[in-house]
Design a protein. Sequence first.
Length: 161
Amino acid sequence: MFRSLIAVLLVTGASANDYYKGDTLVRKGVFAFYNYEFDDAVAILSEARIDFPEHPGVHLIWAASRWVRAQANSPVEETYTILENDLSEIHPIYNELVAKYEYDPSYQLYQGSALGLSARVSLGKKQWIRTLYRAYRGFDIINDIAKKEPGLVDAKLPIGS
């Protein structure tokens, strides 16, 4: 009985900080990323995408970590190709997640951030009109969320508020 209680407490305690399924694994990937362990971060986040495909942030964080790793190890043009391909891959995923979880602004926040990040590819390619269009689309989504959900602090971070 005592062992069962300990096991339940450990499992409960380990997952108590998770708001979304997979937060612990995603957080582990983010910590690796911030510690410049880019290969580990990409591996962890790739695993998290498979295990927790409905996590709101995992796809964008994965794409960003792959892009930063490429910036450290690859020619500039290749970094834009990697980012563009990854963003093309996650764009339909976010469309589905936003439709499925329309009540949860976090999905829209990450969708807007992904759209805004795609402006970085256009900027690198000196496609000025496309840069403005993509940046505005991302900003518009993020700003709308910030207005609708003033308590959602993350909504203000991508636009520097």
